[in-house]
Design a protein around this ligand. Structure first.
Ligand code: G2I
Length: 459
């Protein structure tokens, strides 16, 4: 229920805490309403989404938590052993930071979207590979994430443990090992187990319940359980609140992490009305449980949802239609969060499109072991930005030691420079200059791959 504490990452010069705004229901966006109730309202977003201006306008205006849809999964982050690719995840974090949103990291260990090199390893090498993956990934994002789904979807439907490369190598113990390893790398991130079909009381949720109880009794660092909530319209389990409550009573946070509610297409008004009731019931269940920290839906609008490809003939599962117009479920969600029924639905903030358009000019001054870099960012789009985050890649061997007019995190590799309080507004056509000092080991070249609020910049 609490606002995120500001956390300072080792290796980061300054990391702004992204605490919830205090109280105000003004504007009646989902995030304002949720924050007034002490929870967050989030959405999944993918890299592709960042280039969609209608989507980013809605996302930035309505949601205060982002879960990367695919960008932090093992197959993206470490496609071959020891080779890490944080660019896609960093771009989601930059978007979130630029829009005052927090981020749920998703995920560190999962049987799916697991690169084949992991499942092909000899059993006695899996633990070391898992631990390095967790340590490197959680260290990279240290201080930047609200939470991690450390282990995703560990159970079969009957409550037995899913057999995969991790159980083959370590048995059930891989879960405690993964949680301990993640905690060592990023002690401030809330560590979750996340699964689907555990929303109501049944064999699978009982298995998760027993696991959490056992982990807590062993002192394993576990902070929360994520209930994905991929529902079919009209089938929200009646035991949802009671189930969330019994987990909370174990001493963990609970969250609805991937909410959607699929409808057989074409969606008629009866189904859309039932969907509105379903969304409302899910929000009410979270509000009824004091340790329920928030609700996230899976994809901003129906056009971004995984449902039509995974369940042919079904879709219309989110709060927004294919044109990002709010559906009946949106108003029901806002009302369940304490908004006034019939209030005109908020329109996305036109001054703050996520997909920016930008130009960067930069100048480097170097000496044998150091350099200074000044970067001028120009908003070449036609609308003002209310916040910005400039992502870029530092050449190998360079490490930022101090900076001006922005906060820089992390200090090497894929860096994000985030506006400070006095230069977040960037009018159409306006420029702002930031800079930093860095050490180098021979390569004093300028950074590459500048992107502002997720959109690539010209040089
Ligand atoms: O399946 C829905 C969600 C269930 N819980 C865990 C989540 O991580 C999962 O998300 C989905 C993504 O939304 C999909 O986008 O996970 C799927 C994979 O299990 C993602 O689908 C994959 C496709 O299967 C791939 O073919 C595609 O290359 O997305 C990939 C990237 O677009």
């Amino acid at each position: 229920m609490s606002a995120a504490a500001a956390v300072v990452a080792a290796g980061a010069l300054v990391v702004a805490g992204l605490g919830a705004h205090a109280g105000a229901a003004a504007g009646s966006s989902l995030k304002d309403l949720a924050e007034a109730k002490g929870i967050y309202f989030g959405t999944a977003m993918t890299q592709t989404d960042l280039g969609n201006a209608s989507l980013t306008a809605v996302a930035g205006a309505q949601f205060d938590m982002v879960t990367p849809g695919n960008e932090m999964k093992w197959d993206t982050v470490e496609p071959s052993r020891g080779t890490y690719n944080f660019g896609p995840g960093d771009r989601i974090v930059s978007f979130a930071t630029a829009h005052g949103m927090r981020v749920r990291g998703h995920n560190l260990v999962w049987h799916s979207q697991l690169p084949s090199w992991v499942s092909s390893l000899p059993t006695n090498q899996v633990q070391a590979a898992m631990e390095s993956h967790i340590t490197t990934t959680a260290t990279h994002y240290k201080g930047q994430l609200y939470a991690w789904d450390v282990v995703n979807e560990p159970f079969n439907e009957d409550g037995s443990l899913r057999q995969d490369a991790f159980t083959a190598a370590m048995g059930t113990g891989y879960i405690a090992d993964a949680l301990r390893t993640a905690h060592a790398a990023d002690p401030a991130a809330k560590l979750y187990l996340n699964d689907y079909n555990i929303e109501g009381i049944g064999a699978k949720s009982n298995a998760m319940y027993s696991l959490v109880q056992s982990l807590k009794s062993q002192g394993v660092p576990i902070d929360g359980v994520g209930f994905e909530a991929h529902f079919i319209v009209g089938q929200v389990p009646s035991t949802l609140t009671a189930n969330l409550q019994r987990f909370a009573a174990l001493g963990v946070d609970v969250a609805v992490t991937e909410l959607d509610d699929r409808i057989q297409l074409p969606a008629n008004s009866t189904a859309l009305a039932q969907q509105a009731t379903d969304y409302s019931n899910v929000v009410k269940a979270c509000l009824a449980v004091s340790r329920c920290v928030g609700v996230s839906q899976w994809g901003v609008g129906d056009a971004d949802s995984w449902i039509p490809s995974a369940f042919p003939g079904y879709g219309a599962a989110t709060l927004y239609d294919n044109s990002y117009q709010p559906k009946p479920a949106f108003e029901a969600t806002a009302t369940a969060l304490g908004g006034t029924p019939g209030t005109p639905t908020p329109t996305p903030t036109p001054t703050d499109p996520g997909g920016a358009s930008c130009k960067v000019t930069d100048a480097v001054n170097t000496w044998n072991t150091g350099l200074t870099e000044n970067i001028t960012i120009t908003n070449t789009g036609s609308t003002a930005l209310a916040h910005w985050a400039l992502a870029f890649t530092l050449p190998g061997g360079q490490a930022i030691t101090s900076g001006w007019n922005a906060t820089y995190s992390p200090t090497s590799g894929n860096v994000t420079a985030t506006n400070v309080s006095y230069n977040g507004t960037l009018a159409a056509g306006a420029s702002t200059t930031i800079g930093f000092q860095a050490t180098h080991t021979g390569n004093a070249a300028a950074p590459a791959a500048f992107a502002l609020n997720g959109a690539a910049c010209s040089r």
